[in-house]
Design a binder for this molecule. Structure first.
Ligand SMILES: NC(=O)c1ccc[n+]([C@@H]2O[C@H](COP(=O)([O-])OP(=O)(O)OC[C@H]3O[C@@H](n4cnc5c(N)ncnc54)[C@H](OP(=O)(O)O)[C@@H]3O)[C@@H](O)[C@H]2O)c1
Length: 218
């Protein structure tokens, strides 16, 4: 940790990864990004679109990061080394989005939330779902200082309460109110097609919606 702030590692230097990197660097975090093998000039890209963030190889990123954000296309999530995430707080920001990812029958037929499916690949990772239910362009546009009356809320779900609390502090630093949504199974309420997805809600509104959805998804 730097100055008591967790070091952040982001898998995916696309729209979400770079938007989060910009916000986190502005908030004073040490941010490392790792990209796709197809991104051959990642140092240059990051220096332009997320100045202050650094590029790291996956192994270095995992070693250094206290919090790992997974921001890769859902269909590429299996290429992320979840098996190496022992003990790490991992924010799953991915969405199963058939227009982009195609229809995946195994996901459609699985009763678990998509983050539970990811978390099952490493039970020692402290997986939290968050940052997935707003558009990447809204991450900077809707960021506001704490106490702003119109501040937007983001939910945090996960089975490890300390991990949820850590990510809630991160969300506050990103410029949003955090709502504790309980266990990872409640992440379904944050997925595309569910009421919290893509909606600009206050903390009270989002908490009420999560409480109602929790019953439905239990
Ligand atoms: N776009 C939004 O507004 C939004 C908002 C919230 C959440 N999300 C979710 O967040 C995720 C990322 O969305 P995005 O819009 O940022 O997508 P994006 O712009 O396509 O960026 C994702 C990046 O991750 C790279 N990648 C793939 N596998 C990787 C790996 N193993 N390690 C490191 N990087 C890898 C991709 O490279 P390749 O092109 O080579 O695959 C791509 O450069 C998706 O699951 C999406 O559903 C999106």
């Amino acid at each position: 940790m730097t100055d008591e702030r967790p070091v952040i590692g982001i898998f995916g230097a696309g729209k979400v990864g770079t938007a989060l990197a910009r916000l986190l660097v502005t908030a004073g975090y040490d941010v490392a990004l790792t990209g796709s093998p197809r991104q051959t000039a990642l140092d240059l890209l990051v220096s332009v679109v997320a100045p202050g963030a650094r590029v790291a190889e996956p192994r270095q990123l995992i070693d250094e990061a206290d919090v790992i954000i997974v921001a890769v296309p859902f269909g590429k999530a299996e290429t992320v080394p979840w098996e190496s995430f022992d003990g790490k707080v991992v924010v799953d920001a991915t969405n199963y989005w058939p227009p982009i990812d195609g229809t995946i029958a195994a996901i459609d037929d699985d009763p678990r939330s998509t983050s539970e499916i990811h978390a099952a690949s490493n039970p020692r990772a402290r997986v939290v779902k968050s940052l997935n239910h707003l558009g990447y362009h809204e991450m900077e546009d809707d960021s506001m200082p704490a106490g702003s009356p119109l501040r937007r809320a983001l939910a945090v779900v996960g089975d490890d309460p300390d991990a949820r609390a850590l990510v809630a502090r991160l969300i506050d630093d990103l410029g949003f109110d955090a709502v504790d949504g309980g266990p990872l199974a409640n992440g379904r309420a944050l997925e595309p097609g569910h009421p919290a997805f893509g909606r600009e809600l206050s903390a009270a509104e989002l908490a009420a919606l999560m409480a109602a959805e929790r019953v439905l998804v239990a």
